[in-house]
Design a protein around this ligand. Structure first.
Ligand code: THU
Length: 153
């Protein structure tokens, strides 16, 4: 069995499954890390600050926040900043991702982030929370966020 994975989900078929949902005691520290990261957002254009935290198999946490550009298309979401940091700093599989912003129900990841999560964290859980009430969160398997993901050609 392979453990760590630094390349996209291999084709032609990935049979690994999403593990059972982690209990709240495991999720809360991840949400707290995302909340802290949110303060480091660079969002002068939208003023919408997002924080993300990635949990790896051994329990390491990597964080990120959104970074915006005057050339709007260059903006990078918090999820991708955290994911790219994880993938380039650590070779472990990703167990969960927490995302927080000041939004009822928490921010749902954009399509681009869902694609990358489907490729690099296909068996992970995603936890979404409003930064004003971070103890309440919604949980989704990555697989549920992007059905029929494009993963091979
Ligand atoms: N944003 C994120 O960082 N993550 C999301 O899940 C949704 C959107 C950022 C991108 C941009 O800086 C701002 O929020 C407004 O779209």
């Amino acid at each position: 069995m392979s453990k760590a994975r630094s390349s996209p989900t291999p084709g032609p078929r990935n049979r690994s499954r999403t593990a059972p949902e982690p209990p709240p005691a495991k999720v809360q520290p991840l949400l707290r890390a995302a909340l802290e990261a949110r303060h480091r957002a660079r969002a002068p254009w939208s003023r919408f600050r997002v924080g993300a935290a990635v949990l790896t198999r051994s329990g390491r946490i990597f964080t990120g926040a959104n970074v915006e550009s005057a050339s709007f298309g260059l903006t990078c979401c918090a999820e991708r900043v955290a994911l790219f940091k994880t993938l380039t700093e650590c070779n472990e599989s990703i167990v969960a991702v927490a995302v927080v912003a000041r939004l009822p129900g928490g921010p749902t990841p954009c399509g681009a982030c869902r694609q990358l999560l489907a490729e690099y964290a296909s068996t992970a859980w995603v936890f979404l929370a409003d930064s004003r009430s971070p103890r309440r969160y919604r949980a989704f398997p990555v697989r549920a966020l992007l059905p029929e993901a494009f993963l091979r050609f």
